[in-house]
Design a protein around this ligand. Structure first.
Ligand code: PLP
Length: 394
């Protein structure tokens, strides 16, 4: 890193230069993958005195790794946090956040549209094994949070926008309510990435990203990260990552580092394409509703403008037709491939609610025929003509 320039001020410089100590590795422009499980010491006392929070000191790969540390420092800077910790998956980061914030018997408030596996962790594990209590909220009304959060609440779990219905929560207001009751707040910020939203600035305590999506950006890694700025909380997260042992591997960290160098240009392209695709779908006679927060017709557009700087390539829509017709549309697409996940270079389609009961889908505010698409980097004209052709099949 060159002396004298503050590389932490501009997101493009964080992505490209910040936290890289090229002088440690022959001034190679790209840092190496430190593929070592341990580091050695000259004396026994040096070993005992090692401070694993010092970016120049490494002891053991389950605790810290130089390649991961560069990634962690970049993400912490992009999220305006103090410290970030990388994990083997988004779920490893999410579950670590829950067990960091909550003790047995604690109360959690969680949005209904939270990522499905996290819902299952809370209801199927924390409730059964740790007797935690959970109150689910729709998330679109402040009054609902006012009523749900009490002095017994340890954690409020948000995901804004949530990744199927794209519904938002008023992050500043929820953080204010949680603080009043001394509860911690956690948000899954995967949809926006740090480029489009910085929840720590709005009072949130823990920000999570799965790096399997836009941070990796190339559909070739699984990874997660937690970011915080409070010193006590940072210590607790660090301890739990070390003891649960869910750190990301160095090769994945290196690939995430490569992904991050282009995250802003990729995101802007995904957004531009998704805006055109959403506009096309909104006007299509066989489409009943488009869920994309970037559309001025989106019910929470004003809130989106207050807390986000943009939207990514993920959107969903409801066709004017049955589940079978929605399957026909999805299967007729040629450029969009059927698959879970999103945030990579490629366009994807799935029907996340297709096998749910009406009771389940309406609890989530949706319908079984909802089609979710990820607009990749193939180009908007290609994607729109693919959708036009598929929709003409019904
Ligand atoms: C994929 C995803 C996760 C889980 O991340 P993994 O890396 O697969 O564990 C969490 N939240 C959202 C919104 C996701 O899309």
């Amino acid at each position: 890193m060159k002396e004298g320039h503050d590389f932490s001020k501009d997101s493009r410089l964080i992505e490209t230069h910040y936290a890289e100590h090229n002088e440690h590795y022959y001034n190679a422009v790209v840092p190496p993958v430190f593929m070592n499980s341990l580091n050695t010491f000259r004396t026994i006392d040096d070993y005992f005195d090692a401070d694993t929070e010092d970016p120049d000191t490494y002891v053991y790969g389950r605790v810290q790794n130089p390649t991961s540390r560069i990634l962690e420092d970049k993400i912490a800077a992009l999220e305006h946090g103090k410290r970030a910790y990388v994990f083997a998956s988004g779920m490893a980061a999410a579950t670590t956040a829950v067990v960091t914030a909550c003790k047995a018997g604690d109360h959690i408030v969680c949005v209904r549209n939270v990522y499905g596996p996290l819902n299952r962790f809370i209801t199927g594990h924390c409730r059964d094994y740790y007797h935690m209590e959970v109150t689910f909220v729709k998330g679109d009304s402040i009054q609902e949070f006012e009523e749900a959060v009490t002095d017994r609440t340890a954690l409020v779990i948000l995901e804004s926008p949530a990744s199927v219905m794209m519904c938002l929560q008023d992050i500043r207001e929820v953080a204010r309510i949680a603080k009043k009751h001394h509860a911690l707040t956690y948000i899954d910020n995967t949809y926006c990435t740090p480029i489009f939203q910085n929840p720590l600035d709005m009072g949130v305590d823990m920000v999570m990203h799965t790096m399997s999506k836009y941070i990796g950006g190339h559909s070739d890694i699984i990874g997660g990260v937690l970011v915080a700025k409070d010193d006590e909380l940072i210590k607790k997260i660090s301890l739990r990552r070390e003891l649960y042992g869910g750190i990301m591997g160095p090769m994945e960290a290196w690939l995430a580092l490569r992904g991050i160098r282009t995250i802003e240009v990729r995101l802007r392209q995904h957004e531009k394409t998704a805006m055109s695709v959403a506009g096309f779908l909104e006007k299509h006679p066989r489409v009943r509703r488009v869920n994309y927060p970037g559309l001025p017709s989106f019910p929470q557009y004003e809130l989106m403008k207050r807390q986000q700087r943009g939207n990514c390539g993920l959107l969903s829509f409801e066709i004017d037709g049955s589940v079978d017709q929605a399957k026909k549309v999805s299967e007729s697409l040629e450029v969009f491939h059927i698959g879970v996940s999103w945030g990579g270079f490629e366009s994807l389609v799935e029907m996340p609610y297709a096998r749910m009961t009406e009771e389940e889908t309406s609890w989530l505010g949706g319908t079984a025929n909802i089609i979710r698409i990820h607009c990749g980097l193939e180009g908007e004209d290609i994607l729109i003509s693919d959708l036009e052709k598929a929709l003409s099949q019904i």
